[in-house]
Design a protein around this ligand. Structure first.
Ligand SMILES: *[C@@H]1O[C@H](CO)[C@@H](O)[C@H](O)[C@H]1NC(C)=O
Ligand SMILES: *[C@@H]1O[C@H](CO)[C@@H](O)[C@H](O)[C@H]1NC(C)=O
Ligand SMILES: *[C@@H]1O[C@H](CO)[C@@H](O)[C@H](O)[C@H]1NC(C)=O
Ligand SMILES: *[C@@H]1O[C@H](CO)[C@@H](O)[C@H](O)[C@H]1NC(C)=O
Length: 261
């Protein structure tokens, strides 16, 4: 489970390395401010790390015990603002082949500095990076990342809008729908890497919050100062990608979560 690994690493990092650095303001109003366009329900996130105190949202209004599309996609919105050098948001998607577990794909969208997420590229000043890890049945691995100049994420309070993200202008985006099932499509069109194609996740398990859905407001905090929503614990994943001329095409279990630190 990638989340458990991530949380262990980050907890260790927080408690050992930066004991006092991370105090998130719990008094934050449910509305994050910077770069948010209330009418379109989207957030524009700049690619430079910001100075000063970040505010994080670790609970959301949940008027019903089942979430409507608006509340659901609000969980997928940025939950921290601004991105200073000790906080991050990420959106994580993966799939593994049914027939051969060596065929796999991971795509992660970051708003994070290297200080906040130590595995990132130390030479990359942009805090907007998309990472892609792919492995083929024959054992060939592929890993690369691209910086973006601006990220747009939708899924804002009070606006009926589907979750979407676009790390532009580099050709990485996702879009979500909820007709009968929650469904995500992650589209990659990068000449630079070069990678082109898509990952589709069609949910087949209910979304999951750290403490379930509570009356009126639900918690996102899974450990101190770590927010987590598991919008897709299990999915039918479909991958159809061309990576450096090699085709990666398979079906198998897929997953999506979002973490804020
Ligand atoms: C970033 O914001 C957090 C939360 O408010 C704060 O604890 C931390 O000191 C800030 N980091 C920097 C480098 O200013
Ligand atoms: C943050 O502070 C540093 C040092 O004071 C300054 O050089 C930099 O321009 C500031 N960045 C922003 C985004 O304000
Ligand atoms: C949002 O999702 C609904 C279904 O839940 C769909 O009908 C609609 O086309 C989607 N809108 C966009 C802009 O993708
Ligand atoms: C591994 O498989 C991919 C996809 O079929 C292929 O493009 C690549 O050349 C193979 N690598 C090796 C080392 O055989």
């Amino acid at each position: 489970m990638p989340i458990l690994f991530l949380i262990c690493v980050l907890l260790a990092q927080q408690t050992l390395a930066f004991p006092n650095q991370h105090r998130v303001n719990r008094e934050l109003s449910p509305y994050l401010r910077a770069g948010r366009d209330a009418r379109s329900g989207s957030y524009q996130i700049p690619n430079t790390v910001q100075n000063g105190t970040s505010k994080a949202r670790f609970d959301v209004p949940t008027p019903e015990t089942t979430l409507d599309a608006e509340t659901l996609f609000n969980l997928d919105a940025p939950q921290i603002d601004p991105i200073n050098s000790s906080v991050f948001d990420w959106w994580y998607f993966d799939a593994v082949s049914n027939t051969n577990p060596d065929d796999s794909l991971v795509i992660a969208f970051f708003t994070s500095s290297m200080d906040a997420f130590p595995f990132l590229d130390a030479n990359e000043p942009s805090i907007l990076n998309v990472w892609l890890w792919a492995s083929f049945a024959n054992g060939t691995h592929y890993e690369d990342s691209l910086p973006a100049t601006v990220a747009t994420v939708t899924g804002a309070d009070g606006v009926e809008i589907n979750s979407s993200g676009n790390w532009s202008p580099k050709g990485f985006s996702w879009n979500a729908l909820t007709e009968d099932q929650l469904k995500y499509e992650i589209i990659i069109a990068s000449e630079k890497l070069p990678v082109e194609g898509r990952l589709t996740l069609t949910s087949r398990a209910p979304y999951h919050l750290p403490c379930g859905i509570q009356a009126e407001r639900s918690q996102l905090e899974i450990a101190p100062h770590i927010g987590w929503v598991n919008l897709i614990p299990d999915a039918v994943g479909e991958v159809d990608l061309k990576i450096h001329g090699s085709t990666l095409r398979f079906r198998g279990p897929g997953y999506h979560d979002k973490v804020v630190i």
